[in-house]
Design a protein around this ligand. Sequence first.
Ligand code: PEP
Ligand code: MN
Length: 341
Amino acid sequence: MLVLMKAHATAEQIQEVCRKIEKMGYRAHSIPGSTRTAVGITGNRGPVEATALEALPGVAECVPVSKPYKLVARELKEESTVVDLGDGVQVGGRELAIIAGPCAVESRGQAFAIADAVRTAGARLFRGGAYKPRTSPYSFQGLGEEGLKILADIRSEFGLKIVTEAVDHESLDLVEKYSDVIQIGARNMQNFSLLKRAGKSNRPVLLKRGISATLDEFLMAAEYILSEGNYNVILCERGVRTFADHTRNTLDLSVVPAVQQLSHLPILVDPSHGTGRREKVLPLSRAAVAAGADGLIIEVHHKPDEALSDGNQSIFPAQLERLMAEIRQIAAVLGRRVAGD
Ligand code: PEP
Ligand code: MN
């Protein structure tokens, strides 16, 4: 159930609606829009009794939500969410967010060299895992807190916003402390207790699509985060598993307009994990932006042959420069621009 307020409803009237909802034993989520505020209700097991709410001053109408997810739905919020990271860096809206960096932070020297290249290419956000969810327990697992400290130093040295993954509650506590955006990886998309914990954070969350998740499952995972009060969620398509063996995953670009129809949340595309092959990153980046993605997350390495993870899909710094130049041109056609330009 959604309570739609009248365009001129006062803050006091909105608060009264929220109080009433909480008194009924539910949770109220007040979501301001450009023309009116909508109040979402969660925590109800059955239908909510609308009459009591409709009678309150400032209420235009109560509408049932037709989808299983509520807070992520466009029905709740017509205009697209823009996640503001400060210093003029936004994700969603007119701007395209380009996040670039290595798969993993391997050493201070490696991370700084790549950060320098990322900054030179004009990206404003830096990625790099300090906690790596690896298929094999014998593969490099990340530098942990030491890696997070390197990332924090990169933020102060280059002015880049930091996006890094949390794999469990313990790492989330630390990632929250050092990063600007908490990444929840594909393998954890349905780790519901981790999603709830991320929902209690005041940091934005980048939620990657699970390797075999349907669109409904993807949006329900995001709903977990919003339902705990964190409305700053950025979705990310990173490829799903299919019968195709010419790529690591099959990058499902059709999910971009599908998400945008159903949800107000921004959606990025990860052509690195989406293809697994360096030479396919540029063409799929072009296609993702042309399809309407709100940005890209790209793996870059100055010495990919020596990378401790995902070297095959990491592009060289010079390739990132070319990618940025081409994306700028495609963005212009669409009336958008690369964030920070
Ligand atoms: C990553 O971004 O390095 C990563 C592990 O991604 P995913 O969760 O999409 O596999
Ligand atoms: Mn990776």
